[in-house]
Structures are given as C-alpha cells and as structure tokens.
Ligand binder design. Structure first.
Ligand code: FES
Ligand SMILES: [Fe+2]
Length: 376
C-alpha cells in the first residue's frame, strides 16, 4: 500500500509533527501494520509462564495467532498457531504438552515444530519426515519478559535491544532478583486514540505541569533529562524527595525514588516509578486507526508491601493514566479538524519541557514507513 506524506518532506519531523491524517486514516493504519507491527517486537508473556518443558502460552498480535513453548532442551520457541495441513488453530489458552496434536485431522508436531505423526492410509506414507514443520516466529527475552517478532528476517531481539539492555542494567543491576507478580501492575485500559497519540503524549513532559499536578508534586520534573538513541529514548525524572506528596507516600530510605522511562520503538515502554521497588513493561497495542490499549506487567523484588504497591498502582491507573487518557481523547478529535493540519514541536536539546523526544519518535517512524524519503 502506498501512503503519501501530504506535506513537504523537509517539514515533517523537522519543524512540524506528523500530519493529523496519520493519526486517523485507516489506510495509514493498514500500512503501519505491514511496515511496522508485523516486523517489530511485541511483548508475549512472563518467562514464568514457560517455566517447565512443554509449557505453552498462546497470544494474538493484530490478527495473527502465535504460541510460545519451552521445548525439551529448555529453549523457548515461538510458532504461528496454525496447522500447515489445512490451517486449523493448533492450541488454545495455555498449558503443557509433549506433542502438539491438531484438533482437526490429528497431525502431530514435536516441540521443535516438526511433523512427527499424521494419519496416513494405505500406501501413502510420505508426510512424516518430508520436512513439514510449523512456521516459527522469533523469540527474545529481557528481564523476566518474553517478546516475539513475526518477521523471521527482523534483527534478533538481543541485537535490537543491546544498547537499551545496557542502559537498563546501569540503572537497576539487581533486576535478576525481581519477579513478575500476577496481582501487581495494572491494565491501563482503552485509549480512544491512535497508538501514536498515546506514545507522543507519553514521550513529553511538557504537559506535566498543566495536566499532572500530583506527579509534579512528587517529582522534580524541572530537572528531568532525556537521551535519544537509534531505536529508544531514555527519560530520567529525579525524585522530589518528599515523603508526603500529592500522589502517594514514599519511603525515602527503602523505596525507588527516581523515575526512569525507556521507550523502545515502536510501542514498548520499560519503566521504574518511585515507590515500592518496581520494574514494568507496558505497551500500547494498536487496535484501529483511532483506538488502542495500554497494558502493564510489573516485576518487584520479594518482600515489598502489597498495600503500598497497590496504592502506587492505583494512583497510576486512576490518576496519572486517567489524566493522560483524557488528553489523548481530545487530541484524537483534533486530528480530523479542518483547523489542524500538522503540529509544532517545542524543541530544546537540554530543557525538561522539550518535545525533541516526540520528534525523534517521528523520525524513527518515518524511517520504518518511508525508508527512501527518510534518507533524503
Ligand atoms: S488442519 Fe491440522 S491436521 Fe488437518
Ligand atoms: Fe502524561
């Protein structure tokens, strides 16, 4: 599908933002599926869901069904969840299997994806051993999280995230002691907006003083910094150092104090929030041109206070997230107004108000969507 940029290329992601139509047009959304999301990394599940040999988890990315399984040699593998025979879905939900048998005609596959049994009659014994196997997807891990990529030719996860993983490790070297907690973290909910509006909003703290009063009371946002990298953006927001503040109470001796936020293109966010020690992955699932879903999974060390962790999560969901959802909802309406064509950036390479981060996101976006134009 050929999408045109309806404005001079020299302006887009330079002095002006992406055009409004890019945030609302179903054709642009279709192109993004093909050029970005079917080629990019997606959160799949916590590693703990694949603890034992044969444990499997099914997931869906856009309309693509995938499953992950730990094979007999302890390797985590990922496959499209579709039978090569005639296309029936192989697995549902999660569980444990030694052999995967298709419910339709009972072809069976081992945990490396090879066809190992098929009901063949008479003289036709040609299928098993003929090389028929499930089509694999790429798998990678970071901290206790598993990620998948549907594109077999995509850069391996360890390479794509090498610099990011170093940055995270510098900030939180004891992450191996953290575990994913089922009950911790929160579902950020429906965003009535294009996925890029949620990401744009996430990436700048220019709106913090106007929209996030309690966040600003807890943090020292005026001294926040950011750094731009090839495929990620790191933002640091220092603690306000207040045990009592308008968000939730902080234990200045034991808690995580500063905010650390890593955005990995296109839609994954790793973060540390002040409060009981935590490390989260969250992401903005693109649902349609005008809607998306924000989801979170959080890791914590052993022995933290469940009540205080719940208070932190509750504030995140009911206050911060809600403030952002409302902003994003209004901006979505703005994208189709005749009075709006494309926005402006407040650019300041060092300032805490800067929207350089949003511009950087747009530049990476253009590279994926318009590789030829981006080189000019
Ligand atoms: S579709 Fe799976 S065995 Fe026929
Ligand atoms: Fe915000």
């Amino acid at each position: 599908m050929k999408i045109e940029i309806p404005f001079p290329h020299q302006e887009v992601a330079q002095t002006r933002t992406l055009p409004g139509s890019f945030y609302a047009d179903p054709e642009v959304f279709e192109a993004e599926k093909q050029d970005i999301f079917l080629k990019s990394w997606h959160y799949a599940c916590p590693i703990s869901a694949l603890a034992d040999n044969g444990a499997y988890v099914t997931i869906q990315i856009l309309n693509q069904q995938v499953f992950l399984v730990r094979d007999q040699n302890d390797e985590i593998r990922g496959f499209f969840n579709v039978c090569p025979h005639r296309g029936h879905q192989l697995l549902e939900g999660s569980g444990q299997k030694r052999v995967i048998t298709c419910p339709y005609h009972a072809w069976s596959y081992d945990l490396t994806g090879r066809l190992v049994a098929a009901r063949e009659g008479g003289k036709s014994r040609t299928l098993v051993g003929s090389g028929i196997c499930l089509k694999s997807v790429q798998v990678g891990t970071l901290a206790s999280f598993v990620f998948v990529n549907l594109d077999a030719t995509a850069e391996p996860f360890a390479d794509y995230t090498a610099e990011l993983a170093r940055s995270i490790n510098n900030v939180i070297p004891d992450l191996t002691d953290y575990k994913v907690r089922e009950s911790v973290g929160y579902f950020g909910g429906d965003y009535d907006c294009n996925w890029k509006i949620a990401i744009d909003n996430y990436l700048e703290c220019y709106h913090c003083e106007t929209a996030h009063k309690s966040f600003c009371d807890m943090m020292d946002v005026k001294n926040s910094t950011f750094s731009l990298h090839d495929n990620f953006i790191y933002q640091f927001v220092p603690s306000g150092g207040k045990e009592t503040n308008a968000a939730y109470s902080i234990n200045l001796k034991e808690d995580a104090l500063d905010g650390h936020f890593w955005f990995l293109f296109p839609n994954i966010i790793f973060s540390i929030f002040p409060g009981t020690k935590n490390f989260s992955v969250s992401w903005v699932d693109p649902v349609s041109a005008v809607s998306s879903l924000r989801k979170f999974v959080t890791m914590t060390p052993d022995g933290i206070s469940k009540e205080r962790e719940a208070a932190r999560s509750r504030w995140g969901l009911e206050v911060l997230n809600e403030e952002d959802r409302q902003l994003c909802r209004s901006v979505q309406k703005g994208m189709v107004q005749r009075g709006f064509d494309m926005g402006y950036y407040l650019v300041d390479p060092r300032g805490n108000l800067s929207e350089d981060t949003v511009r950087h996101f747009h530049r990476i976006y253009l590279k994926w969507m318009f590789p030829v134009v981006s080189k000019v």
